[in-house]
Design a protein around this ligand. Structure first.
Ligand SMILES: [Zn+2]
Length: 448
């Protein structure tokens, strides 16, 4: 491997000299990121991955997989490409442990990113420009292409130190997390290949932390989409009568608003984090009879509907929420119907809430915590994630899974304009994963 590096380096130097001699004007070599391109370092490997256009709606999954596969080969890991939905590859890397009968470790990362509006960015979102103060700008810099390459470089370093794991270590790269994971992690965890991995513990993505401590997530909130439809007799705009579609939809919205306030008040009073309550937010209202200039104003329409985004924390009782929807928010007596789309599981295969214990009952937890402390890191109080990740699919199988991305002293910029990660934070993250991988893969207890 070292030989390969020397070869690449000498190739680079030769190219550089030839360019200088024959064609390239001097000024183009002065841009800092051009110099970055010429070398093979942890930072340039990260930048190269960031430059692959993995944003929806047409993520370039195959380029991402071929980049990661080449990196895995240079590290000396086994690689397999699996495909559970056409055009949506899963890349699985393996570092075999000396005792393959122990449950293995899985480090997960999603290949895709959300879209970016280039006009709102200071640098093109797939340029991975590094500013003079070390900020690397790119869509996916925080969510979650950083961990994808950090896992690899952590293993690269451990191998150079001749570390040998007892437990087998896997890395999975899955598609479609940003659009719900139905064709990605959901299908992967349901596969024969996943079962054969005998996974004992999963680390998946977390979120940046503006403070000194790393954030850690032990559960997600489960997303539901709710559509409520009201039907009623149409009538003249001037007439007062009961049970028009609009009247009933508005009564429903009123009742939902009251419930929303009851949850939000708990958060405002500081009695719970916003990820610990049920959130329900209106996302659209559709009603009225269109006219060439807007809407017909002297007609009460016969149909009206509204859409809501609901997030349930693990402690919430989904049956209770369903009863509330049926009896209070969209009751049949008001001539209303509703449709709930549950996006992913809400209980594990034993019917338990999807929670990974962060106490001594979970042997992985204490080792994980020690591994962070060993490199001078501190963990914040474990949290429930407000949104959702692929970890819920692993938790559904009863596998402990934590959400963690080692980004302290970093503003939370996922899905925002000018998403960036500082080079120093990125490099520290590699060291953190080295400590985590070496500690957890040495754990002798055959747990799970
Ligand atoms: Zn993500």
């Amino acid at each position: 491997m070292l030989g390969l590096h020397l070869f690449l380096l000498s190739l680079t130097v030769t190219t550089l000299v030839l360019c200088l001699l024959f064609s390239t004007p001097i000024h183009s070599l002065q841009k800092p990121h051009d110099q970055d391109d010429e070398q093979d370092t942890p930072i340039t490997r990260f930048q190269r991955y960031l430059r692959i256009k993995t944003a929806h709606p047409d993520p370039d999954y195959y380029s991402a997989v071929s980049f990661l596969k080449a990196e895995a080969q240079s590290v000396g890991l086994q690689a397999r490409t699996l495909e559970y939905a056409p055009g949506k590859p899963v890349l699985l890397l393996t570092w075999p442990g000396s005792n393959p009968s122990f449950p293995s470790l899985l480090f997960n990362s999603h290949l895709d990113s959300v879209p970016a509006e280039p006009s709102k960015w200071d640098h093109p979102p797939f340029s991975a420009v590094r500013s003079p103060d070390g900020k690397i700008f790119a869509r996916g810099a925080q969510d979650d292409k950083c961990i994808a390459v950090q896992y690899l470089d952590a293993i690269r370093n451990l191998k150079e130190k001749n570390f040998a794991p007892v437990r087998t270590v896997h890395i999975s790269y899955v598609p479609d997390e940003e659009i719900g994971g139905a064709d990605g992690a959901a299908k992967f965890v349901a596969s024969k290949e996943f079962q054969e991995l005998n996974v004992g513990f999963v680390l998946d993505e977390g979120q940046a932390s503006p403070g000194d401590e790393f954030r850690i997530f032990y559960a997600d909130r489960s997303p539901w989409n709710l559509i409520i439809k009201a039907k009623g007799t149409p009538g003249h705009g001037s007439r007062m009568y009961d049970n028009s579609a609009m009247e009933n939809l508005m009564k429903s919205v009123e009742s939902i608003t009251k419930f929303r306030e009851s949850q939000f008040d708990v958060v405002k009073a500081g009695e719970a984090a916003s990820s610990e309550v049920i959130s329900i937010n209106p996302v659209y209202v559709k009603a009225g009879i269109p006219s060439p200039t807007g809407f017909v104003m002297n007609m009460q329409p016969s149909e009206a509907e509204a859409g809501f985004n609901i997030r349930l924390p693990p402690a919430a009782d989904p049956d209770l929420v369903k009863r509330r929807i049926a009896e209070e928010w969209a009751p049949a007596r008001w001539n209303m119907t509703y449709q709930i789309s549950e996006l992913g599981p809400i209980r594990d295969y034993m019917g338990r809430p999807l929670i990974t214990p962060t106490n001594d009952s979970n042997p992985w937890w204490s080792i994980f915590k020690q591994a962070i402390n060993a490199v001078g890191g501190k963990l914040a109080k474990p949290e429930i994630l407000s949104s959702t990740t692929d970890a819920r699919y692993m938790r559904q199988l009863g596998i402990p899974a934590l959400g963690f991305s080692p980004m302290s002293n970093t503003p939370i910029l996922l899905h925002e304009h000018n998403e960036y990660l500082k080079d120093t934070v990125y490099l520290k993250g590699i060291e953190v994963y080295e400590s985590i991988i070496s500690s957890l893969s040495s754990l002798e207890v055959a747990s799970h």
